[in-house]
Ligand binder design. Structure first.
Ligand code: MIG
Length: 692
């Protein structure tokens, strides 16, 4: 059941897709305190209550013991004390005496104190109060998520090639760099499907331009790469450079498509290209206009994009930088003691992404001037929505890859997200693991972290362990910051292990893709905490470093340096598949309970749940090269003689996806032998390995 409440005068965020009538009943579960300015909701937590949700955020699957702020932030250091990352995912799921979900639908800042100030108190603060709040009640956790996901609509589905391995780096300068990456991957037979173009492909960081000196024949490059089954994925930034003669700038000014300042003049901020204006994505005309600009790149054969800096990130504003220079001027030549020195230092440090700047920006929403500060969390969402809506006009046949850095709930229908500028830290591998189910709850299925870490210098062992996890995530992209150690997989002395891991990924893609489509269409999570499946199992409530994938597979990655194995908790017995150092697969049924598994650096395991199976194909160097008609089945039949599974398969582009077209694989035991059959006559089976 879903109950809807209205506070103040809420802005239509378009986060939900279903009509729900306002409830007349008293607001449940929370003590509600509201005045003109602020709405406070207070809930008393029992000791064993678990609070799930909040999508892209720091800390665990269980969000207790910290505080979080929904305010999309360009946060370059994902440290434990950070309260906001790039997203505003206002959904919580509380497992207590009664289980329920709560969704705060609004574009402004929302604060969550989840047992931080007072250990047993969950307090939500919405300021100003204007919001719709939904309370979702079902008995089991999974059903609450499903009801919520049905409320917010189907998750974005990318083209199939976007499930292949992707290589990115901030610093690829020119055509030569891109060709080299492609060549090295192909030479070493390391599968790859995409190479990213970061800001350097543009002419002076101007959106929808290409630097002709660095990329003399862009179209030819795109074509050549495509022949190798490699797609190029350019970045699009939110800020538009102020430059006479630059058509986007001129059209934007002429049509009043940019955000304004208090005087109604286009707001001036600064990002990569220096001084910029910000397109007014909250204005439907401006949004459409900017979306249609992607056409130049689509026409050159581009099939995917990543939207960056759309919190929006602002390096500085005119006013902000002037204030900083005034302070520097004031202290120049002085003998600075501690507080003056700090003041000097902070004058520059605090100039970026300042609240004062966000408060100085205005949107024109169908004729009404509204402060950006109040709509902040919708900016990246509506940039991505604009692109997606334009693709529906510009690319009728094909799905286009699209993901964003900033997001809020609602955007999950238009694109995916990557989790931003993490670091080459072991703790960020663990954070990546923990974040996946939280993101899925909020509708974000096409997601993943920068594998190997963005900031800092990756080591061989971190890369190996990280990939042992990323082979399971829909977005699997190696990306790194300018100035960090090279981390393309061919840069490491030993590339054999990477080949084995990527081969595993490609064997697994048909299963992952099919599971992804079902998760989107059925409002399901792809990654679940163990407790969502084993809800009667108390121990599983606190397991945060293992996940269930597609209800079938359990993964238990290693995320500690120099670990030669780990403890794994099994809520019931499962089939363990171990990929050993030589790349061979070994099988053993493991009992319920805690097990220590010795796993050297090049080894990893995954588990298949009781009475289930997974299908694999032969590896290939790209998704287009996969032969999905020859399958190998691996399963665990504990107490059944027959098992079934649905497989969704298509050309990987088609926009109309109908899961009714899925085919069925059944495996059956006849006279002690297992064999498989399929309702799809094209499918044949290379091997059927059912353990019992
Ligand atoms: O502040 O375009 O998160 O992936 O490489 C840095 C350069 C700007 C931030 C993105 C990152 C990208 C980088 N961008």
């Amino acid at each position: 059941m879903i109950r809807k409440y209205k506070f103040g005068d809420p802005y239509p965020t378009d986060a939900i897709v279903k009509e729900v009538d306002l409830s007349n009943e008293k607001f449940p579960y929370f003590i509600k305190n509201m005045d003109k300015e602020v709405l406070e909701l207070t809930y008393k937590m029992n000791k064993t209550d678990v609070v799930y949700g909040l999508g892209e955020n720091m800390h665990g699957i269980n969000k207790r013991g910290f505080h979080y702020t929904s305010f999309c932030t360009d946060e370059p250091i994902h440290a434990e004390d950070k309260v906001s990352l790039y997203a505003a995912h206002n959904f919580l799921l509380i497992e207590g005496e009664m289980n329920f979900g709560i969704f705060i639908d609004c574009p402004q800042k929302v604060e969550y104190d989840i047992g931080y100030t007072s250990f047993s108190i969950l307090k939500i603060t919405v300021k100003p109060v204007d919001s719709y709040i939904y309370i979702i009640e079902e008995t089991v956790l999974n059903q609450i998520v499903k009801a919520f996901r049905e409320l917010i609509g189907e998750s974005y589905i990318p083209p199939k090639w976007a499930f292949g391995f992707q290589q990115s780096r901030w610093g690829y300068q020119n055509e030569e760099d891109i060709r080299t990456v492609a060549k090295k991957y192909r030479e070493r037979k390391l599968p790859i499907d995409a190479i990213y173009l970061d800001i350097d492909y543009m002419e002076n960081f101007k959106d929808f331009t290409m630097d002709k000196k660095k990329f003399p024949d862009f179209e030819q490059l795109v074509k050549d790469m495509k022949k190798e089954n490699i797609r190029l994925v350019p970045i699009i930034d939110a800020g538009v450079k102020i430059e006479e003669g630059y058509s986007i700038y001129e059209e934007g000014v002429e049509n009043k498509y940019f955000c304004t300042d208090i005087n109604g003049e286009p707001f001036i901020g600064a990002v990569w290209p220096g001084r910029v204006h910000f397109p007014d994505f909250l204005n439907s005309k401006a949004r459409k206009w900017f979306g249609l600009q992607y056409k130049v790149l689509l026409e050159k054969g581009i099939e995917g994009f990543w939207n960056d800096m759309n919190e929006p990130a602002i390096f500085y504003s005119e006013k902000g930088i002037k204030k900083a220079f005034d302070i520097i001027e004031k202290y120049k030549g002085k003998d600075l003691a501690i507080y003056d020195f700090f003041d000097l230092k902070d004058s520059i440090l605090n100039v970026s992404n300042s609240i004062e700047d966000y408060k100085a920006i205005y949107h024109n929403v169908e004729g009404n001037r509204i402060s950006h500060y109040l709509l902040h969390n919708l900016y990246g969402y509506h940039m991505t929505r604009g692109a997606s809506e334009a693709f529906d006009i510009l690319e009728k046949e094909k799905r286009i890859l699209l993901f964003s850095r900033a997001s809020s709930i609602g955007m999950h229908r238009y694109g995916g997200i990557w989790t931003g500028d993490n670091s080459s830290w072991w703790q960020h591998l663990l954070l990546n693991i923990k974040m996946m189910p939280s993101l899925n709850m909020c509708g974000f299925l096409y997601t993943g972290a920068d594998t190997g870490g963005f900031g800092g210098h990756v080591t061989y062992d971190l890369m190996v362990r990280w990939i042992q996890f990323s082979i399971f995530t829909p977005l699997f992209r190696n990306h790194a910051a300018l100035g960090t150690r090279d981390q393309e997989l061919y840069q490491f002395e030993e590339t054999n292990v990477f080949k084995q891991l990527l081969d595993f990924r490609y064997r697994f893609i048909p299963f992952l893709y099919s599971s992804f489509i079902f998760a989107s269409k059925k409002a399901d999570m792809l990654f679940k905490p163990l407790h969502f499946i084993y809800d009667a199992d108390e121990r599983s409530k606190t397991v945060e470093d293992q996940l269930i994938l597609a209800d079938t597979v359990m993964i238990a990655p290693i995320y500690e340096q120099n670990a030669m194995g780990r403890y794994i908790y099994l809520p019931e017995e499962m089939l363990c598949v171990r990929i050993n150092k030589e790349g061979n697969w070994e099988y053993v049924v493991v009992d319920k309970g805690h097990t220590y598994m010795h796993l050297e650096l090049e080894e990893f395991v995954f588990f298949i749940r009781k009475n289930q199976f997974v299908y694999f194909v032969n590896p290939a160097e790209s998704v287009d090269d996969l032969n999905e008609d020859i399958l190998t089945i691996i399963g665990y039949a504990k107490d059944v003689e027959e098992m079934e599974c649905k497989v969704y398969k298509d050309d990987g582009y088609t926009k109309a996806i109908n899961i009714e077209n899925a085919y069925t694989i059944s495996v059956k035991k006849r006279r002690k032998e297992w064999f498989a059959e399929s309702t799809n006559k094209n499918i044949s089976f290379e091997g059927v390995h059912i353990f019992s």
